[in-house]
Ligand binder design. Structure first.
Ligand code: KIV
Ligand code: ZN
Length: 519
């Protein structure tokens, strides 16, 4: 058995299914390109039957692919499978991934008996294999499927031509010992098991997704399904950066390797966080802001004597600059551009020009501009093409009465000004936004934290809105918390508008979720 573990990234499919993590077409293309350059073996680019938008993104990613295999997801029916094939067929290396829920609970959704489901699996895998040489099949909720039935359906899928068998722990239920054992037994006990690649697909409901994926590899799995930052349904999926760095750091006890260029991890993590609107937890393994920070005196002293005292990985290994000197108001455009390059942003001249203007403005207000400040500036700049844009905001408030906000916002290029009052400056500002752009979206989350230290630090604000079951997350940063709040709110509204367009009656979308039975 080979010691090479394939990395299958599903940030654009399972990751994008996270409530509120919707990405635009261009963002998906950009993430796919970064994943390809990083050395990911398979990119699950989306669920082509779900919408015209999903289809177009997968098809474009397939056309542009260079190294990675491009995979499209399909439920167990010919319509889904044909659509997935249509989307991926122009890839240099296409794959169809078809699945059906095999556990007793999931079998009840389409109301199929064991025999009926077995027939369906035979027919659909055969259908996929007649279109494409590279077919992956998944028994969804495998870890809660009866052992005998699981073996039976996997054997059917292998005989019908599946080349990869993925074992999803759909609800994050398994534990490491069980995960390893399951894969080991399937490989040896299912006829044909040694001829195919077994994959592991873990969810993090009990916080064990990374441990379960690594255990599965010890059991014989040679493909890990994962996402950047662990994005994904509910508590997310196995985090790519965690499994890749674990295999690299502990090669002594896990003698497996991947083809990932780990120095690109940080740039991808930041990019995915920006486009999904999901901030990375400060103490997140590998990519969290504090993952390489040493604050206590005793740790700092130990680090100065020998970094290996407290570091098992080098920051450079994941693409974090070894030293991070802040920029200031005397720094020029070239220095700022060099820093942006180092942070992994590939920006055009016009974008750099806009960001430099904002950088100068910020440097006037703030003595030192740190990496995180710059990243926040890039995020703001990305809203330049949005329907709604904040043009100006003035707020007055005191202890005695309501706060008042005068806000100017452009709606598709036309400016509107409104003054409104509220219970505090943020409430007044949000009311003014709603006066210009009436909407019924419910504010589900409003969160503020400081990007860097000090009272002149930029505040990062995240906002989550819900409207008719659609969720959108927005974030922004500014040294002024109220301005950051307004921008984050407007950013979330812009994302909601995109989602509305995708799901409007008569639009292309069928609002399909992967837990549906199909048809
Ligand atoms: O979690 C899951 O079961 C999935 C399947 C579609 C593979 O994402
Ligand atoms: Zn999943």
């Amino acid at each position: 058995m080979t010691d090479h573990v394939l990395i299958f990234d599903t940030t654009l499919r399972d990751g994008e299914q996270s409530p509120g993590a919707t990405m635009t077409h261009d963002e998906k293309l950009e993430i796919a390109e970064m994943l390809d350059e990083m050395g990911v073996d398979v990119i699950e680019a989306g669920f082509p039957i779900a919408s015209e938008g999903d289809f177009k993104a997968v098809a474009e990613i397939a056309r542009r692919s260079r190294n990675a295999t491009i995979c499209g997801l399909a439920r167990a029916n010919p319509t889904d499978i044909d659509r997935a094939w249509e989307a991926v067929r122009h890839a240099a290396s296409p794959r169809i991934h078809t699945f059906i829920g095999t556990s007793p609970l999931h079998r009840a959704i389409p109301d199929l008996t064991q025999d009926e489901m077995a027939d369906r699996i035979h027919e659909t895998v055969t259908h996929a294999r007649n279109l494409c040489d590279n077919v992956q099949w998944s028994p969804m909720d495998a870890t809660r499927t009866e052992w005998d039935y699981l073996c039976r359906v996997i054997e059917i899928a292998i005989k019908a031509g599946a080349t990869t068998i993925n074992i999803p722990d759909t609800v994050g239920y398994t534990a490491p010992g069980e995960s390893a054992n399951l894969i080991r037994r399937l490989i040896t006990e299912v006829p044909g098991g040694e001829e195919v690649i077994f994959a592991t697909h873990c969810h993090n409901d009990l916080g064990m997704a990374t441990a379960n994926a690594l255990a599965a590899v010890e059991g014989g799995a040679r493909q890990i399904e994962c996402t950047i930052n662990g994005l994904g349904e509910r508590a997310g999926n196995t985090a790519l950066e965690e499994v890749v760095m674990a295999l690299r750091t502990r090669g002594d006890i896990m003698p497996f390797h991947t083809g990932i260029d780990t120095t690109r991890i940080m740039a991808l993590s930041r990019r995915v966080s920006t486009v999904s609107g999901f901030p990375v937890q400060f103490n997140k393994a590998i990519v969290g802001k504090n993952a390489f920070a040493h604050e206590s005196g005793i740790h700092q002293d130990g680090m100065l004597k020998n970094r290996e005292n407290f570091e098992i990985m080098r920051p450079e290994d994941i693409g974090l600059a070894a030293s991070s000197l802040p920029l200031g108001k005397h720094s020029g455009r070239a220095a700022m551009r060099a820093k942006l390059d180092e942070l992994g942003f590939e920006l055009g001249d016009n974008e750099v020009k806009d960001i430099f203007a904002r950088f100068k403005e910020l440097a006037d207000r703030k003595k030192e501009v740190y990496d995180d400040d710059l990243i926040a500036l890039v995020r703001i700049n990305e809203g330049a093409e949005d329907h709604l844009q904040l043009l100006d905001l003035g707020v007055s408030c005191g202890t005695g009465g309501p706060a008042e906000a005068t806000l100017t916002m452009a709606v598709d290029g036309t400016g509107h000004t409104v003054t409104d009052t509220g219970d505090g400056p943020v409430d007044a500002t949000f009311k003014a936004v709603r006066a210009i752009w009436p909407n019924a979206a419910r504010l589900e989350l409003y969160q503020v934290h400081a990007v860097t230290e000090g009272t002149d630090a930029q505040a990062t604000v995240s906002v989550r809105l819900v409207e008719d079951g659609r969720i959108a997350t927005g974030s922004s940063a500014d040294t002024d918390t109220v301005v950051a709040s307004a921008r984050a709110y407007i950013n979330a509204l812009n994302r909601l508008i995109v989602r509305r367009e995708k799901t409007a009656p008569g639009a292309d979308v069928k609002e399909i979720r992967y837990t549906d039975a199909g048809e």
